[in-house]
Design a protein. Structure first.
Length: 629
């Protein structure tokens, strides 16, 4: 086994997410009035992310990894409801908010589009694109060659709803689905039909589609699809719980006269089945979430009292106790799962501008004066009192949360005071990140900006920006050339791979192509056995064992596997992933991994990119404490 790696590229390739480690948390201090006006800054320690009502998504993951089934998870979070089903032919109408007040523009690559006005069929559209606009007298349907026109308009139809359908008999490819040209230039491809609606004179665009197809575009945006691969597949129960909750929420909604739900966080996030924001179409549905949806097909939660479908709310993280409301409040031990970055959090707030806006003089103190009594620190803040030199101001906990963008309304205050010492601590942390990811010193401006991000509780965003940036990508590529090809990278090759990483290529995939290149093969005499022996040396850090050398060489000689496929076998091997886990614990956390953490991350490296794992590790409380201690 390799004992040490000296370069950032290999450090990143060996990343192990630090969210496998229990967060240390920060101590909450009791707030006390000051005799003289202190600096209006305050430390806020909190728990959870979101409203906390109903199911906690990280809680469902924690329980799933502890062996709970999705039925047990749903029973726990949605008290007063029981498992039920809906008609398998159920469709859902989704308001696409980006089209509000805009024309509805729809295209189809294969086949013709059918058009109906208030349910009555109109002549088929032979053009590739259809645009629907509205006048006081009704709908104007136009055909054109692209989403930018030019348009040939038909006579005005006295209708309030135009239904556009793909007349191709269905299909699974992107080209057989209707494509929407959004006002900002983005594109999305959707299942089902697209409806242009006039709602009291206001143009609206609606996607009407089968409920199960709708979920394919919702569930992976609400819960990370890779959860399904965690814990030897135990994490799939969390995605199954999300599927049932999302299905019930959609059916339980009746938000508008013309659509049951919308496509934003106000309802549930939905972006169709494919989406192009400028870098080419990206698939929204994922294998694990598709499996979870299929496993729970047509399943919902129904109220025990009357049998109606429950509008099953959910949020990212409850902090350890749900907030109550429509569903009974319950403890959420699963929320403390190691990968949850929001179970505990801390931010520094500058209250100067807000305090000045109150017109009550100097801010002397701020404290939580009311709580709901559920969980640590007395539970969620129901009342916050700010004391000024000329009076006081009382807010609800949620009002304060919204005013300052806090992650939840479960929080406590430290004493009012300056942040000089705290800022220096976060600058020290930022400096360590630049050395870790970029192998260089941060500039003064970079230190200040990074410290601000860290203080505001955005460590994950800071580490991710460094891990996925062009500068770090260049470091990775430079070192890959040295490790594999024994030479510096050339400008063209470097630019090519940096661009690929910027477009979303995984470090794993780049490594496979570099080590599987004709140049690497030639450097090893174009001899299969020499090539395989070199992979053992350069990737596993040890001599080839005779059996492995013979087996891999025979696969290469027979043509059963290409060089790239051989490299993929090495990169994805349990041994190589184990070395990456062991080494990162040593390099970043300066300790050996515990057995459970090691197995957890060996499995996770199959489904999560090394870059993301590196960012999570560097954002951990343990790493922060190590580099600032």
């Amino acid at each position: 086994m390799i004992s040490s790696w000296r370069n950032p590229a290999r450090r990143l390739l060996a990343s192990v997410a630090a969210t496998a480690l229990a967060t240390t948390g920060l101590v909450a201090f009791a707030s006390t009035p000051a005799a003289a006006a202190p600096d209006p800054t305050v430390t806020v320690n909190g728990h959870g992310w979101g409203h906390g009502r109903g199911m906690g998504q990280y809680g469902s993951l924690g329980y799933a990894l502890d062996g709970w089934t999705s039925a047990q998870i749903l029973d726990h979070f949605y008290g007063g409801t029981s498992a039920g089903t809906v008609d398998p032919e159920t469709w859902i109408d989704v308001r696409l908010l980006s089209f509000d007040g805009e024309a509805t523009i729809v295209g189809l690559a294969e086949g013709q589009m059918g058009v109906a006005a208030d349910g009555v069929d109109e002549p088929a559209i032979s053009s590739d694109w259809v645009r629907v606009t509205w006048t006081a007298d009704g709908a104007v349907i136009a055909g054109g060659p692209s989403c930018d026109g030019p348009w040939t308009e038909r006579p005005v139809l006295a209708a309030d709803r135009i239904e556009i359908t793909a007349l191709n008999g269905g299909g699974e490819t992107r080209d057989t689905h209707l494509q929407l040209c959004e006002p900002d230039g983005d594109r999305q491809w959707v299942a089902g039909e697209v409806h242009a609606v006039r709602n009291g004179g206001a143009p609206r665009t609606v996607n009407a589609l089968d409920l199960e197809d709708y979920l394919r575009g919702v569930v992976p945006l609400e819960s990370p699809a890779y959860w399904g691969g965690l814990g030897d597949g135990a994490g799939l129960a969390a995605l199954e719980s999300q599927s049932v909750a999302a299905r019930s929420y959609a059916v339980g909604e009746n938000r508008y006269a013309y659509a049951e739900t919308c496509d934003s966080t106000s309802c549930q996030v939905y972006r169709g089945l494919w989406r192009d924001t400028g870098g080419g179409p990206q698939q929204q549905f994922q294998a694990f979430t598709d499996t979870a949806i299929a496993n729970t097909s047509d399943s919902v939660r129904r109220w025990d009292a009357d049998g109606s479908v429950a509008r099953t709310e959910f949020s990212s993280s409850t902090g350890g106790y749900t907030a109550g409301g429509v569903f009974p409040a319950v403890p959420d031990a699963g929320d403390a799962t190691p990968s949850n970055p929001n179970h505990d959090w801390t931010v520094e707030l500058d209250l100067a501008s807000w305090a000045a806006s109150q017109g009550l003089g100097d801010l002397l103190d701020i404290e939580v004066t009311g709580r709901n009594g559920l969980g640590e620190d007395g539970g969620r803040a129901t009342e916050v009192t700010a004391t000024f030199s000329n009076g006081s101001r009382v807010l609800t906990g949620n009002q304060f949360r919204l005013a300052f963008g806090l992650r939840s309304d479960w929080f406590s205050f430290g004493p009012l005071g300056g942040e000089t010492a705290e800022f220096a601590l976060h600058e020290e942390y930022t400096a360590a990140l630049y050395q870790l990811f970029l192998n260089r010193e941060a500039t003064a401006a970079e230190l200040a900006a990074g410290a601000e991000e860290s203080i505001e509780g955005r460590r994950g965003g800071l580490t991710t920006s460094l891990a996925v940036g062009d500068e770090w990508a260049g470091v990775v590529i430079d070192q890959l050339y040295i490790d594999a090809l024994r030479r510096p990278s050339d400008a063209a090759g470097r630019a090519h791979w940096v661009a690929r990483i910027a477009d979303g290529a995984r470090i794993r995939d780049v490594s496979i192509q570099v080590f599987g290149s004709a140049e690497y093969l030639a450097a090893n005499n174009n001899d299969p056995r020499t090539y395989v022996a070199a992979l053992y040396r350069d990737l596993l850090g040890r001599p080839a064992d005779p059996g492995g050398l013979d087996a891999w060489s025979e696969q290469l000689i027979s043509g059963a596997l290409s060089p790239g496929e051989i490299v993929a076998g090495f990169v994805d091997s349990y041994e190589y992933r184990g070395q990456r886990v062991d080494l990162q614990y040593d390099l970043v956390l300066r300790r050996a991994p515990d057995a459970g953490g090691r197995e957890f991350w060996i499995t996770r490296l199959l489904v999560l990119d090394d870059v993301r794992l590196a960012a999570e590790l560097a954002a951990s409380d343990e790493y922060f404490a190590r580099v600032t201690g």
